[in-house]
Design a protein around this ligand. Structure first.
Ligand code: ZN
Length: 812
């Protein structure tokens, strides 16, 4: 990299470190004393964790053992609020030997602020003579400038480090940078040699486990009063940059000198602009060559936008966050995370450098969780109400009321609601994929939109996209064209799409899916990967990917504009009529076709009454006579049901469902085989049904319910339709054409025909064996061609044969 052409006199004064201006109010004497006190605290932590007390029993192994014990105690007392943080926080209490490993590039050192404050890992008594403690500084090569009066005194200093980490992290980091090189050889002599290797770099520092009084919302974290402090923020990554190399100390050579000296320029870590050396002493030499590591010191960083989780709106506040070093590997776009970070400020952009109004952002010091499970939050009194309701009802009684209350203005079509209810709770987390994907292919006016909107409203973590406006970036993830993550702008920032942004408990709705292949675009590859693998690689960022772990609800109309209903007699499958790729169909658990035809008398009457009830206000939640469970109740019910995530099937139930599967595969007369994938879908639905019972075990009742739903889906009604083959109507029609053709052949004297003879013959004899109208010529021709290609055979006449344009039967 060369910097020729960049004017070297463009050197700014480092920006004022605002972090240092907001310390607690303290008088000057205290401030002066503070650095010394802080150094004693850091020294105390290092002494203990690097095994300096080994001769009094506090060996590396003993420190590791006490880490596990103190971690167990902290967990039992509820200090770890996210299970996923347990490992990280436990390792933070381990010895430095264990934390650092023995590679040239040491693993990060992790500080657990809460663990340090509690000090459960420190023994209550110690054999270390106080005379030794007082001069402890002499025991190691560097200068911490202190000793300790007593073991109690030492423990106080150790525990005070927690507050320094939270309120004055940058000072602690500076002290660590000074002291660590002297401490490393105390841990293991091998560090002497390793530190001399030119590729060695100091371990990075992570801080986790701040006390819950440091929890801030995204909005609160942006407040100036937090500057220079550690906070813990919960949010969702809505934009993520690729990895970049940030220069900490930049080394330069004059680009014109023959034997240039290395010029080291420490960089401002809170500003993106590179600082250059003063011009070379030779007149006219004004270019610099930047030297790569190890001459320069660099770190890897990624930046991201963190937005409040569990919000619908995309314009809610977001805070810029920066991940450094090892932490850059632990993050993907769209994830919901709990971060501990250090609040800093920086210029908003290149032109606002001298602007004293700066942007607040977060340097992440630790990731406490990147798999947060924050579902719809149920209050204790709400839980009590739901449990009381549920305990008083059988599985079927629960189901009846839930179905009635699900999208209440739609009466009837219960099987659709059943599928959507099961989608809300999802299958077992023990399965490779627990999410249930549903597709509704429906004529306009069949209630598709009302039902999908209701599904959407059941969780604020759900996301919506219309197929008409859908793009790969919008649906899956893409790159931002105008990002503000770096002051120079950055064109390769990952912006997770709708499928990658759904939070726990939510679903993704793709409405108007018949537009997905509109205008030459084809989203099916990415959509298929998102549905099946649940993560999609992003080609424009090396190693970039988005996670699309969400249940998907697809709603589609027939695609043909001038004929707004699905045509059961069409040559096209339902999926094709909706513009849906066969390959996408095969990834759906429950594809349902909703045709606007006359239903049974009973169902029609129910609908008519419903229309009147609607006028009566019966479906309004505020009507006390209404038998409808309100939306909040439904949200709480589903949230509780989702807690039963690990559902198991007994061998008996597995056998029972397998039998049904075999029956479905063998029992069909049309030769279609029900896919093996149906078994997986059936399993998911049965597990979901168990969750509705607030149970972790699938019973026969749940299995039956799953089979019942499956029998209403396209997969069972017409398996090949779900596979992208024929509609049931198509199969029936082809069979009718075949029968008419053979009737005609049995009667005629001719043995050689052209296509028109066959069409005419079928027309003439259609009503000999069939009812209703004769199919169109196109359908007949297509069917005849199909009989030839599939080798369809008649017991007497045999199969069709063709020579040139002449047709006949091969039993001739
Ligand atoms: Zn020079």
């Amino acid at each position: 990299m060369t910097t020729e052409g960049i004017p070297v006199w463009d050197i700014e004064e480092p920006d004022i470190d605002l972090g240092d201006l907001v310390l607690e109010d303290e008088n000057d004497a205290l401030v002066a004393n503070r650095t010394r006190e802080m150094k004693r605290s850091v020294h105390a932590w290092l002494c203990f964790h690097s095994g300096l007390f080994a001769e009094w029993g506090l060996t590396h192994d003993a420190v590791d053992e006490s880490a596990i014990l103190s971690s167990q105690r902290m967990q039992s007392e509820g200090h770890y609020r996210w299970d996923s943080a347990v490992e990280t926080r436990r390792s933070a209490m381990h010895s430095l030997r264990t934390q650092l490993g023995d590679e040239i590039t040491p693993s990060p050192i992790i500080f657990d602020a809460e663990g340090i404050a509690l000090g459960y890992n420190l023994p209550g008594f110690s054999d270390i003579p106080e005379a030794d403690l007082r001069v402890f500084n002499e025991r190691f090569d560097g200068d911490a400038g202190c000793g300790y009066e007593s073991w109690g005194d030492f423990c106080n200093y150790y525990r005070n480090l927690a507050s320094y980490l939270v309120y004055d992290l940058s000072a602690v980091l500076n002290i660590l940078e000074d002291l660590l090189p002297d401490y490393l050889p105390q841990i293991d002599q091998a560090w002497v040699e390793r530190q001399q290797n030119r590729h060695y770099r100091q371990p990075s520092i992570q801080v986790v486990g701040v006390h819950c009084d440091r929890d801030r919302t995204v909005d609160q974290a942006l407040s100036a009063r937090e500057l220079g402090r550690l906070v813990r923020v919960h949010g969702q990554i809505t934009m993520l940059s690729p990895r970049k190399t940030q220069y900490i100390t930049a080394a330069f050579h004059c680009s014109r000198c023959d034997d240039p000296e290395v010029q080291l320029v420490p960089q401002n870590r809170y500003d993106d602009d590179m600082l250059f050396p003063l011009p070379c002493s030779v007149q006219g030499h004004n270019g610099w060559n930047l030297l790569e590591p190890p001459e320069s010191t660099t770190i890897s960083i990624r930046r991201a936008l963190l937005q409040s989780a569990q919000v619908n709106s995309s314009d809610s506040p977001a805070v810029l966050v920066e991940f450094q070093q090892e932490l850059t590997d632990q993050i993907t776009g769209g994830e919901e995370v709990i971060l501990v970070g250090y609040v800093r400020s920086r210029p908003m952009n290149k032109t606002s450098k001298r602007d004293r109004n700066r942007e607040v952002y977060l340097v992440v010091t630790g990731i406490e969780s990147n798999s947060v499970q924050t579902d719809v939050e149920v209050l204790p009194e709400e839980r009590e109400m739901v449990m009381e309701w549920a305990n008083a009802r059988s599985f079927r009684e629960r189901l009846t009321e839930l179905t009635r209350s699900f999208a209440p203005p739609i009466v009837g079509r219960d099987y659709v609601k059943h599928a959507l209810i099961l989608q809300q709770v999802g299958g077992s987390s023990l399965a490779q994929r627990s999410d249930i994907h549903v597709a509704l292919f429906g004529d306009p006016g069949t209630g598709k939109t009302v039902m999908s909107n209701y599904s959407l409203s059941l969780s604020p973590a759900s996301r919506y996209i219309s197929g008409e406006r859908a793009t790969i970036p919008g649906m899956i993830g893409g790159q931002s064209t105008k990002s503000e993550l770096f002051s120079s702008g950055d064109k390769k920032v990952i912006v997770p799409g709708v499928l990658a942004s759904v939070g726990p408990g939510g679903i993704a709705v793709i409405d108007e899916a018949h537009f997905l292949d509109k205008g030459g675009k084809d989203l099916s590859n990415e959509l298929n990967t998102a549905l099946e693998l649940q993560w999609v690689p992003l080609a424009f960022v090396d190693g970039g990917k988005v996670v699309t772990k969400t249940p998907v609800l697809i709603a589609a109309n027939p695609k043909k504009g001038n004929n707004t209903k699905f045509d059961p007699l069409s040559n096209l499958t339902f999926a094709q009529q909706a513009g849906m790729k066969d390959s996408t169909m095969s990834r759906l658990d429950v594809p349902i076709v909703m045709i606007d035809n006359l239903l049974s008398e009973d169902e029609e009457e129910k609908r008519a009454i419903a229309a009147l009830m609607n006028l009566n206000g019966d479906f309004r939640e505020d009507n006390p006579d209404s038998e409808i469970l309100n939306l909040r109740f439904m949200q709480c019910f589903f949230s509780i049901a989702r807690e039963y995530s690990e559902v198991r099937m007994t061998p008996d139930i597995m056998r029972y469902m397998a039998k049904d599967q075999v029956k479905s595969r063998l029992g069909r007369s049309d030769g279609d085989s029900v896919s093996n994938r149906r078994m997986n879908s059936l399993g998911r639905l049965a597990c979901a049904a168990a969750k509705l019972s607030f149970s972790n075990v699938v019973t026969k009742e749940h299995a039956d319910f799953a089979i019942e739903i499956m029998s209403k889906t396209l997969m069972d009604v017409s398996p090949s339709a779900a596979e992208g083959g024929k509609t049931m109507q198509q199969s029936n029609r082809d069979e009718a054409i075949w029968n008419a053709l053979n009737t005609f052949y049995a009667i005629t004297d001719k043995s050689q025909f052209n296509m028109e003879d066959l069409v005419e013959g079928i027309r003439k004899h259609w009503n000999d064996v069939n009812e209703g109208d004769v199919p169109k010529r196109d359908s007949i021709v297509q069917a005849i061609t199909g009989f030839l290609s599939t080798g369809k055979r008649h017991p007497q006449n045999g199969g069709l044969r063709k020579s040139g344009k002449t047709w006949g039967f091969d039993n001739e």
